[in-house]
Design a protein around this ligand. Sequence first.
Ligand code: GP9
Ligand code: MN
Length: 629
Amino acid sequence: MKKFSWPKHSVLIIAIVATWLTTYIGYQTSFSMTIDNMMQEFILLMNPLSFLLFIYGIALFIKTPKRRNKFIFSVSLITSIIMFANAVFYRFFNDFITLPVLFQTSNFGDLSSSITANMSLLDIFFFTDVLIVSLAIRYIPQAEDRVSGKNVGPKLYFIMAASLTMFNLGLAETQRPQLLTRTFDRELLVKNIGTYNYHIYDIVMQSKSHAQRVLADGSEMVEVGNYINANYAEPNPEMLGIAEGRNIIAVSLESLQSFVINEEMNGHVITPFLNELTNDPDTFYFSNFYHQTGLGKTSDSEFILENSLYPRNGAAVFFTHSGNTYDSLSNKLGENGYHTSVMHANNKSFWNRDIMYDALNIEKFYDVASYEIGEGDAVNWGMKDIPFVKQSADLMLDIPQPFYTRLITLTNHYPFDLDEEDMLIPQYDSNSRTLNKYFQSVRYMDEAIKVLFEDLKEKGLYDNSIIVMYGDHYGISENHNKAMGMYLDKEITPFDNAKLQRVPLFIHIPGYGKGEKIDTVSGQLDIRPTLLHLMGIETKGDMQLGKDIFSPDYEPFVIFRDGRFVTENYIYTTDVCYDTNTGEPAEEQAECDQYLKRAMDELDYSDMIINGDLLRFMTEPENLENEMK
Ligand code: GP9
Ligand code: MN
């Protein structure tokens, strides 16, 4: 009987197939990617292969079998780690890892509870290929080596790998034209070119944006400046300066979405205090207001509020561009005689705040060191909101007036854990523990806001202040669509998911008396100009992309960081133009086209400003106007 002998490159072939399949099964089990047709499914199946052929193929040039096997083993291990890390990250952020996030090591300590909460024993699966490769190396006899550079085998092999890559890109182009040039969505990238190629793409893009700063010059600023000038919205004379001279107390409401406002959960009111404010004569409540954050979450919302620019795509701008020059809200208010500060009971380096706040010209950061966290004062991510707002009000007493201070709440943060005594309503009863706890934790935050108002009154800070409160970003991701569908009693579509990005905005002006509920479509970028005009400060010539919501020129058009957008009549998401009123795809899909182009342009302009660090060319606002003459 002929003895079985393993073909020469058995280990290599086994490794490629094992990693390929592990990756593909990983895609199916750990990421919720929407696949619309067979072609997309086919692309998903094929896309890991081209990269794997290339990277494993390097083994063909390694002469000693031992070293070759070592190399093959390392590749299988590294690819597994990449997939595993992405899976854990995805559960938390509903997104894929991008390069700058990897350098956010200072966050890792604080994130660790979320990371461990997002790891699962089943993740061992991602290392199946490593196991298979180890077994193959151990049990398949090493072929004596005859591989040499002159061999045509490797050449043919790489021609095949290259053809496959071209084929993959070609197919992807038919599914999604301009994928590599204009995409805003990492899911589309991963779906079409695969995780590994995506990471290479990401590295190239990040280095490109680095190069952009080096290459940028003042002429780009003129182009952007023209766009901004053409879109400038005049202040409404009736609103200009109505809060002039008051202190500004801004409150970032952690993970608060609008779907809980004025609603009940199993008969329990979720936000009694905020509900009252929605009908309060001293309050403007914006019910159709959207967050515009990306991966940088809270820090992105801060960035937007301060600069009225879009955060970066696929990275926390607080990390990537903390060296830029900005004309922030704080900077502007500082120039107008305000003391500026942020109050947040967390490490100062979280989200790189300590560095970024300097760039934003924020005078003082009251970080965790400014607070006394007694027994029972901490839960979940840190200091509880109620003691936090109380101590913050105390701190305000010592700040010279007028001041602008921004409080960042924390308790209503994933995983929404509370102490027994802070559970003011029961949990919800869906299949999502996250959503179940969310209502309860929102209820606690509502209580904290009530306490803040009481304390401000008690300390005599209330009457002479304006209180601006906004939800920073979503708290319940699309991973919980099923539970959300149960709560809202409907099946959640991409249209609903876009609408769920609404977060509340309150502008409370004690004694004003003419407040109202405003249902204009608006977004976080609009806060800076709206607020500055209320304070009687002009914004003409400022490098900002938001508009004063009270302006007669205001156009309801909100662009999300990922390229989705909302207008009065349409919501554009997942490549479909929906009719806002019916929630069904619009009859005329082309209706969205003009907005789509503008959305892309506006995001591009914002990126140009940030990546090119264009504000460094503008020492004085007048310069912009002069340059444009
Ligand atoms: C951390 C807090 C939460 O300091 O702002 O950040 P998030 O995870 O919501 O971005
Ligand atoms: Mn947040």
